[in-house]
Design a protein around this ligand. Structure first.
Ligand SMILES: *[C@@H]1O[C@H](CO)[C@@H](O)[C@H](O)[C@H]1NC(C)=O
Ligand SMILES: *[C@@H]1O[C@H](CO)[C@@H](O)[C@H](O)[C@H]1NC(C)=O
Ligand SMILES: *[C@@H]1O[C@H](CO)[C@@H](O)[C@H](O)[C@H]1NC(C)=O
Ligand SMILES: *[C@@H]1O[C@H](CO)[C@@H](O)[C@H](O)[C@H]1NC(C)=O
Length: 368
């Protein structure tokens, strides 16, 4: 099993030393802990923002604008409605670190609700070790060993989490989405793998101001029915192992007979810089926390992630089978941040996304 626990201990030490590096060199402090890579593969890489807008080709195909705001990363073939054909052939560029990954990934935006009732989007910022990314998120793909997972097929897509959830799933150490409250600047408090210890991570928004911002992790299921690229709710063609959801980077459960094919574990990691919004004078007078997802969710239980596969050819399968680790993967082509950051999808929904707003884009006031 892999864990980022020990790895992340290097962070503070590494910050200044590797600040000018832009590729696999940034992973050096983590690669030095190579003993924890075992026989498996774990890609970890940043994808910059490709567009921020109110579109959702999975849940609301063709609806422009869709119901809530997202930040989208990855290839430039992202459109209001995405075909089931090979996305890697439709996109010409990607904001992801590896040129071969033309997939799209998207998650809900976060807003701060000030005491006067106005909303402002919380900036999504580059993750630790992903210096110079333009906002975006970090993607992980994990597989326990050669031939032990089957990469996704062209046209595959899935959604995980439930935008309408407002209560805990009570999964404890196996929670599939979680928030880390960084207790100090520069990712201070990044002690252990995400979602594995309710002491550090919660499935609801942190209730206190976070001095280093908030991290959100979303883990996708491990098992696929082997047939369908999608399903009506975008969830039923994938499933958790028979023993239930597994923690991040543990890809070892037994898949149910209905979903016998084990797929790489996908995890998304989002960083929100909530630090401009930590003034207690602007927090709600009743002691509650002030952040709300673009869906209107003020609990955080409704965090969810969307994925449309778009890797070129068998590049993802090869990366999983050849023990690629973090960004150390000679099979793949690295893109410098300045190159990937140039890839953009033109905005098609004309609305203010950065100013102070009287309601969330698409309506809603955080009471849902
Ligand atoms: C990178 O991966 C290659 C091939 O798996 C391995 O031989 C090498 O030691 C790795 N580099 C580091 C710095 O871990
Ligand atoms: C990619 O390039 C092809 C060929 O030039 C073009 O037809 C297509 O529209 C481009 N796709 C995007 C998303 O820009
Ligand atoms: C609401 O409060 C925020 C934060 O203090 C402030 O920046 C904004 O201008 C206020 N909006 C209105 C309409 O008063
Ligand atoms: C999966 O791996 C975890 C962590 O190494 C271990 O605790 C658990 O027993 C394993 N489960 C199975 C079914 O192998």
């Amino acid at each position: 099993m892999f864990t980022t626990a020990g790895i992340l201990g290097f962070v503070v030490f590494a910050g200044g030393v590797f600040a000018q590096k832009t590729g696999v060199e940034l992973d050096e402090p983590m690669l030095r802990g190579g003993g924890m890579r075992g026989q498996g593969a774990m890609l970890r890489f940043g994808c910059s923002q490709v567009v921020v807008e109110r579109l959702d080709p999975l849940v609301n195909p063709g609806l422009n604008p869709s119901t809530h705001m997202h930040q989208i990363v990855g290839g430039n073939a992202f459109t209001p409605s995405m075909p089931y054909s090979d996305i890697a052939q439709l996109a010409n560029c990607t904001t992801c670190h590896f040129k071969q990954d033309l997939s799209n990934y998207w998650t809900a935006n976060l807003y701060f609700k000030a005491r006067n009732g106005s909303y402002k989007r919380v900036p999504q910022i580059a993750n630790q070790f992903n210096d110079y990314d333009n906002a975006g998120l970090t993607v992980y793909y994990t597989s326990p060993g050669k031939g032990l997972t089957t990469a996704f097929k062209p046209g595959f897509r899935m959604l995980t989490g439930d935008a309408t959830r407002r209560t805990s799933e009570n999964l404890g150490r196996k929670m599939q989405q979680c928030y880390r409250c960084y207790t100090a600047p520069d990712f201070g408090g990044a002690l252990s793998s995400p979602c594995m210890d309710p002491k550090y991570d919660t499935d609801h928004f942190p209730t206190q101001p976070c001095a280093g911002g908030i991290r959100s992790n979303i883990i996708f299921p491990l098992c696929w029915d082997g047939k369908n690229l999608d399903s009506p709710n975008h969830r039923d063609h994938v499933a958790h192992p028979v023993g239930g959801p597994t923690s991040f980077s543990v890809v070892n459960g037994t898949c149910p007979s209905s979903h016998p094919i084990k797929i790489p574990q996908v995890m998304l990691e989002v960083m929100w810089d909530t630090t401009p919004f930590n003034d207690p004078a602007d927090w709600p007078e009743d002691g509650s926390q002030p952040f709300v997802l673009s869906t209107g969710d003020a609990t955080g239980f409704g965090q969810h992630g969307d994925y449309v596969f778009g890797w070129e050819g068998d590049s993802l399968q090869q990366s999983m089978d050849n023990r690629c680790y973090l960004r150390n993967c000679t099979l793949l082509t690295e893109l410098a941040p300045k190159v990937k950051n140039e890839c953009q999808v033109p905005v098609t929904v004309d609305e203010d996304i950065e100013g102070w707003m009287t309601e969330l884009p698409g309506g809603g006031n955080g009471d849902k």
